[in-house]
Design a protein around this ligand. Sequence first.
Ligand SMILES: [Zn+2]
Length: 330
Amino acid sequence: MVDYGITNTIFGYRPDTIGTGNSDGVRRRTDYGVVHTQEGGTGDAIALARYCNSANVSYNIEVDDAHTVLNVPVTEAPWAAAAANGIAFHLCFAGSFAAWSLAWWLSRDASDGLDEDAMLWRGARAMAAASRQFGFPLEYAGDNGRSGWPVLPKGVCGHKDFGVRGGDHHDPGDIDGVGFPMTEFLRRCRTFVHPVPNLIDAEARVAAGWIGTRITRGENQIIRDGRLVGAWVAFTNGHIYWRNGANAAYAIPHGGLFEAYTARGWESGECGFPILRHQVFAWGPTRPSKAVCCSCRTVGRCRIPGPRQDRHALCRDGLGNRVARPSDVG
Ligand SMILES: [Zn+2]
């Protein structure tokens, strides 16, 4: 699925162009995804789109911390970077400046009217979608503007990497030095593309003996403030959760533990995302088997069908690898 996270569509229809608004029409190639700073504005992507429509400039997408605005269809060539218009998807960060420090780009302090960290996440989501749609890799293709043209045939770069032929701009500033955090931006882009299906599917194979039939088609993405924080998939006998950035997903069995997890507000509650496989203890005929979360010690009855279960999943951020003992739950 290609999901740019678009919240608003603000096209500037013009009878004097062959494209939609400030556009040269459909691109023949999309070798690059390009990031731009606005060099003005107040951090309002809607205002930036309206400004673009009234001036001879445009980008495919403009983002701020709360909006992802489609200003020119993603398949068309916006008026963003001269000779690079027709070979790239163009994205602009509203209210941003090439002079920003790396720390400024990652700041969550919104007292200046803009949560730059959230804006960077919105941009990453859109760039990841473009990468998927057009097939350019999520790798930095430039060299901080030194060569005057990208050094790789495809990838992600800044406006400055197109040099004089790109209009001789210097945005988005110093890349990966003291300015624009390209490495972190690309890491965030990749979180929207790679691990989501792989890790949940991998856990489903591990739990195949008990978890039952998959109910969720695809995955339920958990989005907060425009960023992907995780995903979950329901099965007949359990749920599998994956936290963005984690190197594994974990299954939580129904019949006790998942109900306890639900009562605690799922991943956004006190338990957080599961970080370990849970254990199941059997204490003889007079006491029921119990499933225990390895670190938060949430306890639930285990009624998973089949032979005695060993290790499934569930745990809590922050408490480490504590293993529950019978005395913990007796
Ligand atoms: Zn630019």
